[in-house]
Design a protein around this ligand. Sequence first.
Ligand code: DHB
Ligand code: MG
Length: 225
Amino acid sequence: MSEQRWNDVDAYVEDLLIGPDEALDAALRASAAAGLPPIAVTPAQGKLLYLLARIHHASRILELGTLGGYSSIWLARALPSGGRLITIELYARYAEVASASIEHAGLSAMVEVRVGPALESLEQLIAEGGESFDLVFIDADKERTPEYFEQALQLTRPGGAIVVDNVVRDGALVDPDSGDPGVEGMRRFHQALARESHVSATTIQTVGAKGYDGFTLALIDPVQE
Ligand code: DHB
Ligand code: MG
């Protein structure tokens, strides 16, 4: 099956089930105009994140890898009133683009964009000892995903969920000869996940307008009554 067909099906889904969306479309245009890499989740994937957050009744969401704020807008829209999204971005320039798009989407009051290396921001969040998160979306640099996952576990409530993007990487996940540090990161991430006896998880392969990749969904066991 050709990549053209993957694009066509994504366009079909977008047309029938998602539709034009002023704030999201503007966010993508702003990202492109500012020269950010075109690696945001697709509309169909963004809506999946939104639906997962709604299904899970998430009122506190953490995102790693804000980029231009496209997925942040999807996630923030799933929040109930009084809900909060904290989104972490390494590059101040990306965070500025994202903040403007989040503001344009009318979501600034519920979204906090934190700038800096994710490991430091996560340590800071752990040190702050605030309320734990219902949902974490990890979509930052791929090589450090296992470390982000370990820290995210400390920040997620029992019964909470962690979603990780880009875990399959064209299937290179299972290619022992791939020396790509990002792929190696996703392999280490899966090994870490396999060791967590209190986490139930699966990985789903995806094709679409952003190629062949996949995501992992992990659910932390609820506390036993
Ligand atoms: C890359 C990063 C992403 O988060 C993504 O969804 C696709 C590609 C990258 O760094 O290449
Ligand atoms: Mg991604």
